[in-house]
Design a protein around this ligand. Sequence first.
Ligand code: C5P
Length: 234
Amino acid sequence: MQNPIIAALDLPTAEQALQLAREVSPAVGAFKIGKELFVAAGPDIVKRVRDTGASVFLDLKFHDIPNTVAKAVASAVRLDVQMLTIHTCGGGAMMRAAEEAAQQTALHSGRNAPLVLGVTVLTSHDASTLSEIGCEANVGRQVERLAQLAVRSGLRGLVCSPLEIAGLRLILPETIQLVTPGIRTGAEQADDQKRTLTPRQAMDAGASWLVIGRPIYAAPNPREAAEMIFASLQ
Ligand code: C5P
C-alpha cells in the first residue's frame, strides 16, 4: 500500500522541522506544513522539505474572495505542494476558483495538480459557536452540507475528524479523498485531542490519509514511531 501517513511539522523553526523531516521522511507519505512553521520560516521551507524527497501538504486554510484564493492557490502550486487546504464556508464560487487555479497553474507548470482539500466545520466549533455565527447549529448536518457543496464545486478531497469519516463515506462519491487528524495510537500522553481513532480504525472507517503530529514528533524516536504506525496498517 502507499504510505498514508502525513506527519505534521508543527514545530517553530525551519531547523527543527528539517531535522524531523530528514529523520522521518522514508517512513511517511508526506509532511504537513501549517501556519506556525510557514509564518516563521517562509515559503522557502516548502522547497527545503520537498528537497528531502517528500510530498508536502500546505495547511494554510485559505478563505477569502474567489480571486484572492485562486491567486494564493496558484502561488502554492508554483511552490510545488501536493495538497493544500481551503475553507468550504468560503462558498461554491471560491472553491471552484481554487480548484480551477490548481488545475490551470499545474498545467502551465508541467506538474500534477495538487489535491485541494476542503475544511468543513473546525473541531473547535460546537452547536453554540455555530449558532453564534448564524450557521446551522447541528454540527453533523453542517459538516454534511459543506462536504456536499465542496464536491459539487469540484473539490476532490476533504479534511474531516475521524468520527465523521464513516458518515461522509455514506454520502460522498467514493473517489473523494478524506484526510483526517485526531489520530492516537494509545501509547502517547493524554493531550487536547478528545475524539480520536487509532490509525487502523481510521483507515478501516474509510480515511485516505492520516495527519499525525505529536504521536510522531513528540515520540522519543520519531522514525520508529512512524514505522510502527505504518506497520499497524498492514
Ligand atoms: O499533534 P496532533 O496529532 O494532534 O496534530 C494534528 C494536526 O492536525 C495538527 O497540525 C492540528 O492543527 C491539525 N488538525 C487537528 N484537528 C483538526 C484540524 C487540523 O488536529 N480538526
